[in-house]
Design a binder for this molecule. Structure first.
Ligand SMILES: NC(=O)c1ccc[n+]([C@@H]2O[C@H](COP(=O)([O-])OP(=O)(O)OC[C@H]3O[C@@H](n4cnc5c(N)ncnc54)[C@H](O)[C@@H]3O)[C@@H](O)[C@H]2O)c1
Ligand SMILES: O=C(O)C[C@H](O)C(=O)O
Ligand SMILES: [Mg+2]
Length: 603
């Protein structure tokens, strides 16, 4: 356990080598002519070879010259760069939405080209199709809406879902990301407009995990919204009614889950951006029945734990010192509680004690420090509530500043959804931390909701800190050639591997053991040299490689727990006999790669 393997230095080149030999197999199509040109799954635009134009009734429907994939790629990138040039100086939001639009148009037209440009430019494009721009897109969704993507199940569809699910045109679906729009990033209840999040997450699944885009399904469960502004907005596209609650709500989710797994018994469902009460309740309700997980609770926890373990190493200490770390978590929601539960499990494993108290962990919410004296203490937060007798000098509801001054934590981790709660005073107080290298994780999204900016963290808390944020920030120039490194602590490092590993193992359920394996894999990914520089997570450029490693770890854990039923032609016995390297190769082999396949029409 916690064995920190050093990976080969050129992770990227290995990934490239694995894909350089991809030979596209034929792709069966049941359409002809313009129907193909209008279908982004099959469309190649001007890239259709002449023979294919003849075969598929496309002759005359396109300009005569055939343009290669590479030329199409270059042409798109040229228009993207001129858009960048032409929008220089305009407000950030305007530029971000313009970039999103140009990418979205390509997504709507030609998915193969879209995913290739996305994969090859993931560092530049992830902030547009994913966090933070996806937040802005959700906020403006009803106005931006041009074409539907994914499926919408609403409270009005009760009793109809089993037949509705067959309206989806794909025969096979591997990965579903589902939201009810009730807690979109740190932006609150955005109702039906939250569909942007499943779309962005599934784009990452295609880019990072190589899930075939014809086999992904973004889903919005519209049970109403409590956002008054949206209810009064005449352009709002969702149900204009307050959210369903209690049994009425659960009946809708139950019906959806039954419908999905009836049509696609091997699919994996990722719950995303549900408000806390339903996030925990649905996880508890379905995790032993269906192959599903909650990304905000479980994916986030693994990414945070990997960062916390990296922090211990960055302090020049061994992982055995992790249980001594004093960690202050700000935000007692689905994400904060998920992180603390996983951290407590890690301490228990390291100390060999099952009954570990969260002694060194401090939890705050909007009402300050949570203690056992808290009125209406949430049962989910209860295991982390402090006993007032044990925390001399701190009272129930103590402010973050008071807690930081008193506790002198090694780590300050924010999942509050509130921008700026790591104020100048709080950050300055962290200078008195007992740690040689305090860490700040400002994990809330999008950028405006980060607990502090990277620049403020290095300015006020000191240059020796380790810094991570949920949304991307530029590295900070500290002067004299020194750089304050900014990590992106975002669940995008784990959810694609959790989904992919579960899929290709044919796991029946997603267990704590599989999630722990994913976190350990990410934690061990970084070399000591990188960690010393304050680099806790790999570059997003190598996301496919990371995802393959994480996926293989999840697969091996599923095999070890005898939950792997196999995938395609590969049965459970074959999976069980694979070496570690073979599992990684197997996961890579199962990744879809964007390349034009010869289209063959089935008569
Ligand atoms: N980086 C990542 O990978 C990642 C993953 C999941 C969630 N998040 C972000 O974390 C945030 C919270 O998500 P969640 O699902 O836990 O939300 P949530 O609504 O379940 O919980 C928010 C918590 O923050 C507390 N809070 C609110 N104001 C506060 C304040 N001023 N001081 C201290 N605590 C305060 C609330 O009391 C609540 O306990 C969101 O912004 C989300 O985008 C980031
Ligand atoms: O969506 C993200 O970027 C991370 C996380 O799932 C969140 O809800 O903020
Ligand atoms: Mg989320």
């Amino acid at each position: 356990m916690w064995n920190l393997t050093r990976f080969a230095s050129s992770r990227l080149s290995r990934t490239r080598r694995l894909f350089s030999s991809v030979i596209p197999g034929p792709c069966i199509v049941h359409k002809r002519g313009t129907d193909i040109l209008h279908d982004p799954w099959f469309n190649k635009d001007t890239g259709f070879p002449l023979t294919e134009r003849d075969r598929l009734g496309l002759r005359g429907l396109l300009p005569p010259r055939v343009i290669s994939f590479e030329q199409q790629y270059d042409r798109f990138m040229e228009s993207y760069h001129s858009l960048e040039k032409n929008t220089k100086g305009q407000p950030d939001g305007v530029v971000a939405l313009a970039k999103w639009r140009i990418l979205n148009r390509l997504h709507d037209r030609n998915e193969t080209l879209y995913y290739r440009v996305l994969m090859d430019n993931i560092k530049d494009f992830a902030p547009i199709i994913y966090t933070p721009t996806v937040g802005l897109v959700c906020q403006n969704y009803s106005g931006l809406f041009r074409r539907p993507r994914g499926m919408y199940f609403s409270a009005k569809d009760k009793g109809e879902m089993m037949s509705m699910i067959y309206n989806w045109p794909a025969q096979h679906v591997d990965m579903i990301v589902l939201t009810d729009g009730s807690r979109i990033l740190g932006l609150g209840d955005l109702g039906v407009q939250g569909i942007g999040i499943p779309i962005g997450k599934l784009d990452m699944y295609v880019a990072a995990a190589g899930i075939n885009p014809q086999r992904v399904l973004p889903v919005m469960l519209d049970v109403g919204t409590n956002n008054q502004k949206l209810l009064e907005d005449r352009l709002y596209l969702g149900l204009r009614q307050p959210r369903l609650e209690g049994e009425e709500y659960l009946e809708i989710v139950d019906e959806f889950m039954e419908a999905v797994f009836t049509r696609w018994p091997k699919a994996i469902v990722q719950f995303e951006d549900f408000q806390m009460k339903w996030a925990f309740e649905t996880l508890d309700r379905y995790r032993k029945k269906f192959c599903m997980f909650n990304d905000d609770i479980q994916g986030t926890a693994g990414v945070a734990l990997a960062g916390l373990l990296g922090t211990v190493r960055a302090q020049g200490r061994t992982l055995a010192d992790f249980p001594d770390q004093k960690i202050v978590v700000v935000g007692a929601g689905s994400a904060g509680l998920g992180v603390l539960s996983m951290a407590v499990q890690a301490v228990a494993r390291m100390t060999g004690k099952n009954e570990t108290t969260a002694q060194n962990f401090f939890l705050l919410d909007k009402d300050g420090l949570i203690t056992k004296e808290r009125k209406n203490l949430d049962p989910a937060a209860a295991p982390f509530a402090k006993d007032p007798g044990q925390i001399v000098g701190l009272r129930e509801g103590a402010s973050l500043l008071e807690v930081v001054k008193k506790v002198k934590p090694d780590v300050l981790l924010g999942l509050s959804g509130v921008g700026g709660v790591f104020s100048e005073e709080v950050l300055k107080a962290l200078r008195e931390s007992g740690s040689t290298r305090p860490a700040i994780f400002a994990m809330s999204n999008p950028t405006m909701n980060a607990e502090c900016t990277a620049a403020d963290a290095f300015k006020h808390a000191g240059e020796n800190i380790v810094f991570a944020s949920g949304s991307p920030f530029e590295n900070v120039n500290l002067g004299n050639g020194k750089v304050g490194y900014v990590n992106q602590a975002n669940n995008m490092y784990l959810f694609p591997g959790i989904g992919l590993g579960s899929l290709v193992s044919g796991a029946r359920f997603i267990t704590d053991g599989m999630l722990q394996a994913a976190a350990e894999c990410l934690a061990s990914y970084m070399t000591d040299e990188e960690i010393q520089k304050g680099i806790l997570y790999p570059s997003i450029d190598s996301i496919r490689h990371i995802t393959a490693e994480v996926g293989a770890s999840v697969l091996r854990a599923a095999v070890a727990e005898e939950l792997a039923e196999g995938h395609g032609d590969v049965g459970p016995k074959e999976l069980a006999h694979m070496s570690k390297e073979e599992t990684v190769e197997y996961v890579f082999r199962n990744m879809w790669y964007p390349i034009y396949s010869p289209l063959v029409q089935e008569k």
